[in-house]
Design a protein around this ligand. Structure first.
Ligand SMILES: [Zn+2]
Ligand SMILES: [Zn+2]
Length: 278
């Protein structure tokens, strides 16, 4: 077993590089950030100093890999041409930022087809990701599975694989979110289901695990994260998951709300580390 790489989605408030200080303080060995305000289209240009500090801290603190999560507004499955091209521009912009700061991966939600159907949605997403080849640079794009909200693309794993297969470049992989897959109806508390999930996506192609418990029952279709052990997946569910070969070697990012647990982020990471020592 390799070295465990684990961290939190961390705030960039103030300056991008301050995320590293926050991550180090709670004991992260990997982290995820937004590279700009996740709720807006407008992007503030990065300063040269900020970029240099970011790169220096990544090395000095040994926090790696670094994942950047796409902002919320872009919709790569949108049937509306203006939204679609704006979304692609936003992705290009984010990829450029990722390359500037030396981030390793860009995590992407596949969006909503707004009622035009799964086929149309899949085609839009695949075409957009195909176009990103020229902009990806050293960054690998990770398609994240969705929880199954109405009209969302990529909550069914075969659908994700189909999109993956129609992408013609190799700067692409998967990010598996445990809460989303459970909400989408895959009961990963059962070992055979968990194994099927891994086999469907392909262990090698899973480059990140979003480690979140689920506030709602299996198949709810709702994207509601819970603290580890306080949701329907539960500690036992995660133990089952980690008992599958190869999974513990994947970088893991927590996006838990830290509201039900009495633990803080540091203790939460320690708990997960303990669960990993099976
Ligand atoms: Zn996630
Ligand atoms: Zn989520």
């Amino acid at each position: 077993m390799g070295e465990v790489r684990i961290g939190y989605h961390t705030s960039i408030s103030g300056n991008l590089d301050l995320a590293f200080d926050r991550a180090r303080e709670i004991g992260c060995t990997s982290m995820q950030i937004f590279s700009s305000n996740p709720r807006g289209w407008a992007v503030k240009q990065l300063g040269k100093d900020e970029v240099e500090r970011f790169r220096a801290k990544k090395k000095a603190y040994n926090i790696s890999p670094v994942f950047v999560h796409m902002p919320y507004l872009p919709n790569l499955a949108s049937p509306k041409d203006d939204v679609y091209s704006k979304s692609k521009e936003s992705m290009i912009e984010t990829l450029t930022r990722c390359n500037a700061i030396g981030a390793d991966y860009l995590v992407v939600h596949l969006g909503s087809h707004l009622g035009t159907g799964a086929d149309a949605g899949r085609e839009r997403v695949a075409a957009a990701v195909n176009e990103m080849e020229r902009h990806a640079g050293n960054v690998t794009i990770l398609l994240e599975n969705e929880a199954g909200q109405r009209n969302s693309v990529g909550s069914r794993l075969d659908e994700l694989v189909e999109i993956f297969n129609s992408i013609e470049h190799d700067r692409v992989g998967f990010c598996l979110d445990t809460c989303h897959v459970f909400a989408a109806g895959y009961d990963i508390r059962k070992k055979e289901v968990a194994r099927e999930v891994i086999d469907t996506l392909g262990l090698e192609r899973i480059r990140c695990i979003h480690l979140n418990d689920a506030k709602q029952p299996c198949g709810s279709g709702l994207d509601r994260h819970a603290d580890i052990g306080f949701g329907h997946i539960g500690r036992k569910g995660f133990e089952t998951l980690f008992s599958l070969p190869g999974l513990r070697d994947k970088p893991m990012i927590l996006e838990t709300p830290l509201v039900e647990t009495p633990r803080d982020a540091k203790n939460e990471l320690e708990l997960v580390m303990k669960l990993l020592e099976i």
